[in-house]
Design a protein around this ligand. Structure first.
Ligand code: P6P
Length: 338
């Protein structure tokens, strides 16, 4: 296996010159920042894998800004990423799902990037061994001087990079810096992420829909009609299969690889949906568009949103291009045979 591992490690994939290659004047700051994010992911991967043994499972007794009980791995992961990101010397502000306020990096360690992240998304699934993950997005602050919240309350179009790390049967790091999407798998024997999924593209149409059907009674008409069309297609095609993990990174990773659509719509319980704009909706929408898919809020293209607060939420419909087109037509009021 070590020979095979080395062969994989030495595998070189031809990738189009990316942003950094196109700009020879770049100083490598983004590379340094990404290397610190990867370090954080490796640490969390190790902690998640040991959680069952190290008795890390269980409530830390505190609650986060979302009012959810924090598990020890939540607390640990958040601390690891904050330390890794500030020590990179490339960040000026951090927004974490686990912290109510934005974190402003001290001037002596300040860099030009803002990182928005959910350190351990899906953590309610930790105890039952379901895949969970880290989600992040990166903004570049062009101006000099003190960073302010306005620098992070930007549309998703201003993001320069986004990705996630899934802690599951294998540890997968999926990243885009605006030149397509690449997937890397952690080789524990090397302690390195190996390029295993170069230039990921989502199928134009899929056979899977992913939504929490338990919220069906609260859905609006377009969502209800779309889900109905998945189960009882009017064009005589086969019904779509329902796959829903309840851990966004796992549901998005499957959608990216197999195609289909992931939905977390607004409903009477959550009028703005449940998922957070900055560190869940934007990064996953960025990746989907870079992989040839699309992402829609029920009203507009998701990346066009401009958040008012750092923990704002939004409905989201994302995945295969043609599948999202169908629900867009329903929200546009066009009765389209689906
Ligand atoms: P529900 C996990 O708590 C999370 O934030 C996402 O990872 C996931 O997609 C969603 O909530 C699941 O929410 O209401 O279906 O349990």
């Amino acid at each position: 296996p070590s020979i095979e591992a080395m062969k994989i490690a030495l595998k070189v994939a031809h990738v189009e010159p990316c942003r950094a290659c196109r700009y020879p004047e770049s100083r490598g700051d983004l590379t340094i920042l990404l290397s610190h994010i990867v370090l954080g992911c490796k640490f969390v991967c190790s902690a998640v894998n040991k959680a069952g043994l190290a008795k890390l499972i269980g409530l830390a007794g505190e609650t986060n800004v979302q009012g959810e009980e924090q598990k020890k791995l939540d607390v640990l992961s958040n601390e690891v990423f904050i330390k890794a990101l500030t020590s990179s010397g490339r960040t000026c502000m951090l927004v974490s799902e686990e912290d109510e306020e934005a974190i402003f990096v001290e001037p002596s360690k300040r860099g030009r990037y803002i990182v928005v992240f959910d350190p351990l998304d899906g953590s309610s699934n930790i105890d039952c061994g379901v895949s969970i993950g880290t989600i992040f997005g990166i903004y570049l602050v062009e101006k000099n001087g003190e960073p302010t919240l306005d620098d992070v309350l930007q549309s998703g179009n201003s993001m320069v990079a986004a990705g996630y790390c899934m802690y599951g049967s294998s540890c997968m790091f999926v990243l885009s810096t605006g030149c397509g999407v690449n997937g890397f798998t952690l080789d524990p024997s090397l302690g390195e992420f190996i390029l295993t999924h170069p230039d990921l593209k989502i199928p134009t149409k899929g056979k899977i829909y992913s939504v929490n059907e338990g919220n069906a009674k609260n859905w609006d008409a377009p969502t209800a009609k779309y889900v109905e069309s998945c189960k009882f297609p009017k064009d005589g095609s086969s019904p779509k299969s329902l796959r829903y993990v309840g851990s966004m990174v796992a549901d998005i990773h499957r959608t990216l690889l197999y195609g289909g659509i992931f939905l977390y719509p607004a409903d009477q319980k959550n009028p703005n949906g449940k998922l957070r704009v900055l560190y869940e909706v934007f990064p996953m929408s960025f990746l989907m568009e870079q992989a040839g898919g699309q992402s829609f809020t029920g009203k507009q293209r998701a990346l066009d949103l401009v958040p008012n607060m750092i923990h704002d939420r939004s409905p989201i419909f994302l995945g295969s291009y043609d599948d999202v087109e169908e629900i867009k037509a329903l929200y546009a009021g066009e009765e389209k045979e689906v």
